[in-house]
Design a protein around this ligand. Structure first.
Ligand SMILES: [Zn+2]
Length: 355
C-alpha cells in the first residue's frame, strides 16, 4: 500500500472508538496534544507519515487501515434506539458502534467476491393504516420462511438460511444483547453477544429479526413490538395456548424443553394470552426466584447450542477456494493477523475426517 495515499480522518475516529478510547485517552498515548488530534480527526490538519506510524501502533491497526475510503455505514434502527439510552456509558456505546461499523465494512469487503444467495427475509410496513400487527407480521414471516408448526429447532440456522449474517461480538455491557442493521445492498446483519444462555440468544435474535422486518424508522413502541414479534415467532399463540393451563414449575420446565425458550418468557406469554392472572404470574416468578432460577435457569434445561457459521464461512472460503493466505486476508480486512484470527476464525470444535 502506497504511503502517498491520503489518510482518511474518519478512519482514525473509527479506529480510536473501536478501541474504546476518547480523544484525550489517545492523545496521552501519542506525542501530540488532544487539540492536534482533534484537528487531525476533523480533517483540518494533515497527518505526517511518522504520526500515522505511531497511531497505527497505538491502535493496533495496520497503516493502510487509516487510508482506506470504503463507506462507513450508518447505524441501524436498533442502534438508534440504544443511542438514546442514558444508562450506558458513552465510551462503551461508541466502542460497540465503531466495532459494528468496522465489521460491516469488513463483511462488505468479503462479499465482493462471494454470493450468499437470495435474501428471504422481507420488510413489512407496520405504519400504514390497516397494516398488520407485530403478531401478524411474525406469522407472515414464519410462513415466508417455511417454518413448520411447533418450536423452531435452530434460530441461528433459520436466519442464516434466510440470508442473514450473524456476527458474534463481545458486547461489554449487559444492557445490550444484540444489534441489527439492514443496509441496502447488504444482507441483514445481526451482531450478538454469545455469552448468554441459549434461550436468551434465541429470543434476542428473534427480537432483532422483528426490528429488521418491521422498523425502517424508529418509533417509541419498537421495543415492545419486537418482543411481541419474537414471542409469537417462537411460541405461536394458536399452538401454545392450550398447554398453558394450570402452569406449575414442573410444567414450565417441560414447556421450556419443548419450545426452547426461557421459563420466564413462557410465564410472560401465558399472562399476555390471558391464561394466567397477574397474581399467578407473580407467584410463579417468586417460586423461580426462590430456587435461584430468576438469575439463572437450570443448566440441564438449556436448549442445545446453536453456532453461527455463515460469518466464519465468508473468511474460510476466501482461504480455501480463493487461495488467500491468512496474511492477505488480514490485509483485506484491515486488521493485524492476531485480530483476524480472533474475530474471523471459528474457534469452536471442528470435526476432522478420520484417515
Ligand atoms: Zn430492540
Amino acid at each position: 500500500m502506497s504511503n502517498q495515499e491520503n489518510v482518511n480522518p474518519q478512519m482514525i475516529v473509527l479506529g480510536r472508538e473501536s478501541r474504546g478510547l476518547t480523544q484525550k485517552d489517545m492523545s496521552e498515548l501519542l506525542p501530540i496534544t488532544q487539540g492536534t488530534l482533534s484537528k487531525i480527526e476533523s480533517g483540518l490538519l494533515q497527518v505526517s507519515d511518522q504520526d500515522i506510524k505511531i497511531i497505527s501502533k497505538v491502535l493496533g491497526y495496520p497503516e493502510h487501515f487509516f487510508r482506506q475510503t470504503d463507506p462507513i455505514y450508518g447505524p441501524g434502527t436498533s442502534e438508534l434506539y440504544h443511542r438514546k439510552r442514558q444508562d450506558i456509558p458513552i465510551k462503551i456505546l461508541k466502542k460497540i458502534h465503531a466495532t459494528m461499523h468496522l465489521r460491516h465494512m469488513q463483511v462488505g469487503r468479503l462479499l465482493k467476491s462471494l454470493d450468499i444467495g437470495s435474501i428471504d427475509i422481507r420488510k413489512i410496513d407496520i405504519d400504514e393504516p390497516g397494516a398488520p400487527s407485530p403478531v401478524e407480521v411474525a406469522r407472515m414471516i414464519r410462513a415466508t420462511l417455511h417454518v413448520p408448526s411447533g418450536p423452531i429447532l435452530n434460530v441461528v440456522s433459520l436466519i442464516e438460511n434466510a440470508g442473514g449474517i450473524i456476527i458474534p461480538c463481545d458486547i461489554e455491557t449487559n444492557k445490550i444483547d444484540a444489534l441489527s442493521r439492514w443496509i441496502p445492498g447488504f444482507p441483514p446483519i445481526f451482531f450478538i453477544n454469545l455469552n448468554m444462555p441459549m434461550d436468551r440468544i434465541r429470543f434476542t435474535l428473534c427480537h432483532e429479526l422483528g426490528h429488521i422486518v418491521m422498523h425502517q424508522i424508529p418509533n417509541s413502541e419498537m421495543e415492545k413490538q419486537a418482543d411481541e414479534f419474537a414471542a409469537e415467532f417462537l411460541m405461536p399463540a394458536n399452538e401454545i395456548r392450550n398447554s398453558l393451563d394450570n402452569l406449575t414449575l414442573e410444567k414450565l420446565s417441560a414447556l421450556k424443553q419443548h419450545w426452547k425458550v426461557s421459563m420466564a418468557s413462557i410465564i410472560y406469554r401465558a399472562k399476555s394470552l390471558n391464561k394466567i392472572t397477574e397474581n399467578q404470574a407473580r407467584y410463579l416468578y417468586a417460586q423461580m426466584a426462590r430456587l435461584g432460577y430468576k438469575t439463572k435457569e437450570p443448566a440441564w434445561l438449556e436448549p442445545p447450542k446453536e453456532t453461527p457459521k455463515l460469518f466464519y464461512d465468508l473468511a474460510e472460503i476466501h482461504m480455501q477456494e480463493l487461495g488467500y493466505t491468512e496474511e492477505e486476508l488480514s490485509e483485506l480486512l484491515l486488521v493485524n493477523q492476531s485480530e483476524f484470527r480472533d474475530a474471523f476464525k471459528n474457534h469452536g470444535r471442528r470435526l476432522k475426517i478420520v484417515r
